[in-house]
Design a protein around this ligand. Sequence first.
Ligand SMILES: [Zn+2]
Ligand SMILES: [Zn+2]
Length: 386
Amino acid sequence: MSNIPPDRCSVNPIRPCSRSNTGHSTVDEKDTHACCCLHTDSPLYARFWPAIFLFSAITDYPLPLPKGKKPGQHRDWGLMPILVVLGIAGFVYYGYLIHVNLVLLRIGKKAQAIVYLVFFHLWFIMFLASYARIVSHTPGHPKPSAAPANSSSNHDSQQESDTSAITPVSWGGETANVPESILGGPKWCEICQVWKPDRTHHCRVCDRCVLKMDHHCPWVNGCVGLENYRYFIQFICYTSGMATWIFLTTLASFIMYNSMSTFDGVALAIFIISGIVMFFIGIFTCSHLWLAMINRTTLENINFRQWTDTRKKEGGQDVKPPNTFTTTGRNIFFQSVSANWIEVMGDQWWLWFLPLASNHLSKQDGIHFGYNRDVYAEYLCEKRTK
Ligand SMILES: [Zn+2]
Ligand SMILES: [Zn+2]
């Protein structure tokens, strides 16, 4: 940190800053978006902010903020969210065991209770195992690299490369340790003192650059990125699956055995909690499965949606797209649904379900990603014509 030069823009040979006299933040604008500091002036939004905050914190869904508010999911909550998750899980375990299934056993429904408990424990074990994995596993960070020494020559090499053939190129010229980039980068992170490969962002909560950053998740006390996204998908799938199982079996028990005359308030609380989790995490899970299949991170998707909204509002086609998309809205990293899925989950299908280590990440360095050559050709063509 002590090596940070006074004019931070001047050390970036790739994207020299047009505002170098303003002394602005070192985190680039895209990352400011990435940290979910989108704001809205809507008074209606401000009025409902507590509910929106709760929704955002529970679902981990990034939403714009009323001015002056801090995002719930981007504060550093430390271990508290993990304790909350484990506390709720412990309560649900106790309630489902004692206040639902033990009651079923008492009224002579032994087979039903055993079936419920066997499947519940399978869900619960997988939920805990995937949670342990996502909480303990790093999202992946860029390797330490030497700071760029001079700016002008490298900047020239970028302009040449913008009109070069359709192959990934190193924009850094002769600078050591510069990762290759197909998006006109890489950028230099002043805070971490590393090169940021394509799709890498600086997380302001973790205060560190994260490879293929998806989002910062307080519920796992860290970032979701290249190396732990598979565990994250497993975790939300098992959470919503377990909640659905508890909700449906409790509902069936209520309907079959006169609800409150057989069961008590704890069973009702379990039913309500599982219903809420099933609904919110269920939607969240579906959105992440979809994002994995179309090879978009949450941040890239936010940028894409902002771009399409802005374009609609301004009614023109001249609004610059986010840097992973063409002006026709095509994603450079979309290969095919199966290839996109395998890039995240690996090619061993049983490991899609098990939170065990997978060797598919050994083929990924966080710098080179599969990309669609046709879309990339279109992308370069657009750059040439600008
Ligand atoms: Zn950084
Ligand atoms: Zn983070």
